[in-house]
Design a protein around this ligand. Structure first.
Ligand SMILES: [Zn+2]
Length: 334
């Protein structure tokens, strides 16, 4: 196992999330760990990794201030998913079914095989249906042995209040752009510009930042900017044809609008601050600068309102053809 892999499950390897990690480390040090935690926050921001780090810390044979050592047999088994005292529960398809809950209850009722503590990680506890939730409530009320229950959700408000109230909730905030960008430079070997760009698109989610295709995102923005700036040079027939083509594919049209809103936001920020660092897409700085020279700020605000209202109309199932024609002609005129 490489040094990097060894350190993967220590608290030190978690990007950001200082507050949740501090709460957990303090509870470990003071031996005041709750029996059930609810880790809530957006998808892909590091809740599961923190849960695994805590599972490693409570079972590690040489645990230190940063939790698991990463090298002992227990840490290795947790890292590879083969620890007999670590149980994972996740949706089977859309739901966590009652049979899955019963199986895990049977597993938890056994004594720990080798670890100090049995740990159950429920990834997506909001996916429990009513029957599963009610069955699981028993486990939350009377956890077998001294099992540690770690529930993960991006939708805490959709949980039964009886479930939520029996856990200590720890909220995970989206990662700051700087934290995410630095991690992406390190983990993906991205340039600073690409890392800042993806960090903005990922909106605080490490998972999204790691998955997104930077070249594809860049190319798409290039195409969209070209499209919007080209509208002014189209004749009415060409504009109608474009509207028709986008109206046929609502997802593609919505994407065009979403990126349009992002570009306008960038152009307005640039106009107001002149700082490329604050842009989602700093590569377009020069275009935004030129745009700002041509269009008054009030014109940008009006365009933004047009985009936002177009998206609203699409949501209300107004004819995409009408929405596209209206938008394209108005923008083309400017
Ligand atoms: Zn260890």
């Amino acid at each position: 196992m490489s040094e990097l892999e060894q350190s993967n499950l220590s608290f030190a390897a978690i990007e950001g999330h200082e507050k949740p990690v501090t709460i957990l480390k303090r509870a470990l040090a003071n031996k005041t760990l709750a029996h059930a935690y609810l880790f809530s926050g957006d998808a892909g921001i590091g809740k599961k990794m923190t849960a695994l780090a805590l599972a490693a810390a409570v079972n590690c044979q040489n645990a230190g201030p940063e939790g698991g050592c990463g090298a002992c047999p227990s840490c290795r088994k947790i890292a590879t998913g083969g620890h007999p005292d670590l149980h994972m529960l996740a949706p089977d398809g859309e739901e966590i079914k009652i049979d899955q809950v019963r199986q895990v209850q049977a597993d938890l009722s056994l004594k720990p095989f080798e670890g100090a503590k049995k740990v159950l990680i429920v990834d997506g506890v909001d996916c429990m249906n009513t029957a599963s939730s009610n069955a699981f409530l028993k486990t939350l009320e009377e956890p077998p042995g001294d099992a540690l229950l770690l529930l993960i959700t991006a939708l805490p408000q959709s949980l039964l209040p009886t479930i939520r109230s029996r856990c200590q909730e720890i909220r995970f905030q989206p990662l700051p752009r700087r934290t995410l960008a630095q991690a992406l430079m390190r983990k993906r070997g991205l340039s600073e510009e690409d890392a800042w760009f993806l960090a903005a698109l990922a909106q605080g989610s490490m998972g999204r930042g790691l998955e997104m295709d930077v070249e594809q995102e860049k190319a798409e923005r290039g195409r969209v900017l070209e499209f919007w700036s080209g509208l002014a040079h189209q004749g009415p027939g060409e504009t109608l044809a474009l509207a028709e083509s986008y109206a046929k594919d609502r997802d593609r049209f919505d994407r065009l609008l979403a990126i349009g809103v992002e570009c306008l936001r960038d152009a307005m920020v640039y106009r107001a601050t002149g700082e490329a660092r604050l842009l989602v897409n700093a590569r377009a700085e020069e275009q935004y600068r030129q745009w700002g020279e041509r269009v008054p700020f009030s014109g940008m605000v009006a365009d933004l309102e047009l985009f936002v209202s177009s998206r609203g109309l699409l949501d209300r199932r107004v004819s995409a053809q009408l929405v596209a024609e209206n938008l394209f002609f108005k923008l083309g005129r400017g």
